[in-house]
Design a binder for this molecule. Structure first.
Ligand code: GCU
Length: 444
């Protein structure tokens, strides 16, 4: 098997792969429906949209530990390799979470302004609350809008959605607390904010799931300098331009805020704290993957269009690269990650490592056929490369590329929707089926 895989690899000659991948054979080539396109310039950097020009891919091997030991069991993985790669990701991509880096430890309060109020035409019980993190340096508040199915007779599984827009514009409901929106670095009234990627909350409720909504910019506004106004402010001033190599950026901060919220929601009597899934799109898909990787109490993760710095392999020179992220959003990841821009292959980490951190928990990676910027095939390859780690747990990952709009069935799930960037209508039924298989099976 291994030799056969190697022969294919030599014949193709284009890529080289770690031995963890050779165990499965070479990944299938990019499907023909992903059409090559002319390149372009973005932020002064060339963008490649030709699969044949992606370059040589040499991925860090997930199944060999730093001392050369082959990782053969789930125990080896959990005891040896996972802690190693977690540290590699902290050191080389996300930075040290603000609360870990600081000597100030926050106290957390969770205040409800309402709990279990009938809403959405009698289909839901609505709760609104504020999670407040305080240190000697100050306080920071994050508002949570929660709906649980009105007909629930036991604590509900929950999907925590981290969104681009304030809660007030994300659900058609009156009485939602208005919090600030942001436009070009300036506060605007939340109700005037652009609605981006509105979820079908009713569909989740009808299927027995609670939905909690959080506006990411309330954890920390999304611009260079936003840290002074966000969660990081309670740990002391952050000089974003002068961050240390392994100092956290916005993505790790958003992830930390989501963990704080998860921890509080898990205490809500209407929620089953063991069945909280996290959902995010685009930069919030990148965030959801790291939040889920870092906080094993997230029971599942759904990451849509997460692209570069998310589920797409950075080593593939296709669509957005580390260089493009570092140029446009230098405050998202750590300075160390930005420094790999000239040579992504020199990074000791990549997207398959982040996905593997989630094993054996269910994760669903959705990306758009026409979203070349997010490198859809690069997301598939990363899922394929993480699959051997899922297999250590007797779990199933991806092998071949599924047809468009069809999700693979098991634990590490991949779906390519026949649409572009962001959620598509066909995602919701696929996500619900994924959640049903994974969160409804036990304890419901
Ligand atoms: C930009 C950015 C992407 C990001 C996306 C989004 O396109 O380059 O990395 O995923 O915004 O968050 O919508």
């Amino acid at each position: 098997m291994r030799l056969a895989g190697f022969a294919v690899l030599m014949a193709l000659g284009a890529c080289s792969w770690g031995s963890s991948d050779l165990d499965m054979g070479h990944p299938p080539l990019a499907p023909a429906y992903l059409k090559d396109m002319p390149g372009e310039m973005r932020n002064g950097l060339a963008v490649n949209y030709t699969q044949a020009d992606v370059g040589v891919i040499n991925v860090p091997n997930l199944l060999v530990s730093s001392n050369g030991k082959r990782i053969e069991t789930a125990d080896d993985w959990l005891g040896t390799r996972r802690p190693e790669i977690r540290q590699l990701l902290i050191d080389n991509q996300y930075g040290v979470s603000p609360s870990v880096a600081s000597t100030r430890k926050p106290t957390i309060k969770h205040d409800y302004s309402e709990h279990g109020v009938l809403a959405l035409n009698g289909t839901a019980m609505r709760s609104q609350s504020t999670v407040i993190a305080s240190t000697a340096g100050g306080s920071h508040a994050i508002d949570v809008l929660l709906y649980t199915p009105a007909r629930a007779t036991s604590p509900s599984p929950l999907v925590l959605m981290v969104n681009f827009s304030p809660n007030i514009v994300m659900v058609d409901d009156t009485g939602i607390k208005e919090t600030d929106g942001w436009e070009n670095g300036k506060r605007i009234p939340g109700r005037q904010a652009r609605v981006i990627a509105k979820p079908d909350v009713a569909a989740y409720l009808a299927r027995g799931y609670g939905v909690a909504l959080v506006h990411y910019a309330q954890i920390e506004p999304d611009f260079d300098g936003g840290s002074a106004l966000g969660l990081r402010k309670i740990y002391g001033a952050v000089n974003e331009a002068g961050r240390k190599a392994d100092e956290a950026g916005a993505i790790a901060t958003w992830a930390e805020g989501l963990s704080l919220v998860r921890e509080q929601l898990a205490l809500d009597p209407s929620i089953d704290g063991r069945r909280i899934a996290l959902y995010g799109v685009s930069r919030l898909g990148k965030t959801a993957l790291w939040a889920g990787a870092n906080d094993p109490r997230f029971a599942a993760v759904v990451a849509i269009s997460s692209g570069e710095g998310g589920a797409a392999l950075s080593r593939r020179n296709y669509g957005e690269t580390i260089g493009h992220v570092a140029a446009a959003f230098p405050y998202w990841f750590s300075p160390k990650w930005n420094s790999f821009a000239p040579s992504p292959s020199s990074s000791p980490v990549d997207a398959h490592i982040v996905l593997a951190m989630l094993a054996p928990r269910p994760v669903m990676v959705i990306v758009g056929e026409t979203d070349a910027w997010s490198d859809p095939y690069g997301e598939f390859v990363a899922a394929r490369l993480a699959t051997p780690v899922y297999r250590l747990f007797g779990k199933v990952g991806v092998d071949g590329i599924p047809p468009l709009d069809v999700a693979t069935r098991h634990d590490l799930v991949f779906m390519m929707h026949s649409a572009g960037h962001g959620p598509a209508p066909q995602d919701t039924p696929a996500i619900l089926a994924f959640l049903d298989r994974n969160l409804q099976a036990e304890g419901s």
